[in-house]
Write a protein that binds this ligand. Structure first.
Ligand SMILES: C[S@@+](CC[C@H](N)C(=O)[O-])C[C@H]1O[C@@H](n2cnc3c(N)ncnc32)[C@H](O)[C@@H]1O
Length: 268
């Protein structure tokens, strides 16, 4: 995918410097803004995506220019606030995450689940997060390394996440048997979530949309000490295909859980 990097409308010297830095960070060509709209810029530069050097990177994809993508911990913040109120978290409950655990998040994306895991494993735990999309992995790593102005709680959680830029199968194959407590996957849903306001999720054009394979699930079952969890739509057919039992029969999404002790749903 051809992606270029540029300044915001107001190309101040600081914005120019940020654009230069981002072009190196994402290893993509730096182009002048010249007062061009994002649409015009994409056309004239024959690019599918453009990264704008706002105070932090903002990614526009040609297929959804009106839905830019940027790192934001919003959903993690909401879930952590619910935890503080004592409401619990469905994913943490299913995964039985405890302080000191090692969690492998096989699909980092914007890092919401990884941040929630990072909170639950605490200062002595670890989150290994894998992302095969270069753009998404670098976006998250940018947030991890440019923390000025971020609240202390977020910096602390970001620092507990170890990002691997690779397909999850590569990392799983390198890990010994029973070397992590939980393996979690939240692959892109087979069909995009559409609402009246979103034509397509902003992450989708930047993401690896490949489906989980039985080999990946088998490797995850080998590597985990406790469980493998997959998030999917209950009616997608993915749970049946992968031999996993969803925790809910209906709803926007369900978690398919395989536990080491029982071996429920193990693939042959
Ligand atoms: C739905 S998003 C994950 C969202 C994430 N759970 C969060 O809380 O922000 C799925 C992510 O998995 C990544 N992905 C898909 N296949 C992958 C693979 N084989 N290895 C690593 N990452 C993969 C996609 O690029 C995408 O970023």
């Amino acid at each position: 995918m051809r992606v270029v990097c540029t300044t915001p409308w107001n190309a101040t010297p600081a914005a120019r410097q940020r654009a230069d830095q981002l072009s190196r960070w994402f290893t993509c060509p730096r182009v002048p803004r010249r007062n061009r709209s994002i649409d015009t810029l994409l056309q004239e530069e024959r690019a599918e995506g453009v990264i704008v050097a706002e105070s932090s990177p903002v990614l526009y994809h040609a297929t959804c220019v009106d839905k830019p993508l940027f790192f934001h911990p919003g959903m993690a913040k909401t879930r952590l606030a619910a935890l503080r109120r004592g409401n619990g978290d469905r994913l943490l409950r299913l995964a039985e995450v405890r302080p000191g655990d090692v969690v492998l998040d096989g699909t980092l994306g914007l890092g919401t689940d990884s941040l929630v895991f990072a909170h639950a494993v605490g200062a002595h735990g670890r989150v290994l997060a894998v992302e095969s999309s270069w753009w998404l992995a670098r976006l998250f790593q940018y947030a991890q390394t440019h923390t000025s102005g971020q609240p202390a709680w977020l910096c602390e959680l970001l620092s507990r996440i170890e990002v691997h830029v690779a397909p999850h199968l590569h990392l799983l194959r390198q890990l010994p048997d029973r070397s992590v407590d939980v393996v979690y996957f939240d692959p892109m849903f087979r069909s995009p979530v559409r609402t009246a306001t979103t034509q397509v999720e902003p992450i989708r054009p930047w993401a690896d949309v490949s489906a989980l394979t039985p080999e990946v699930v088998r490797e995850a079952q080998r590597v985990t000490r406790r469980c493998v969890i997959v998030k999917e739509r209950p009616t997608s057919g993915e749970f049946q295909r992968l031999g996993l039992q969803p925790d809910k029969p209906r709803g926007t999404f369900a978690y398919g859980v395989w536990r080491k002790e029982s071996g429920d749903g193990a693939l042959g």
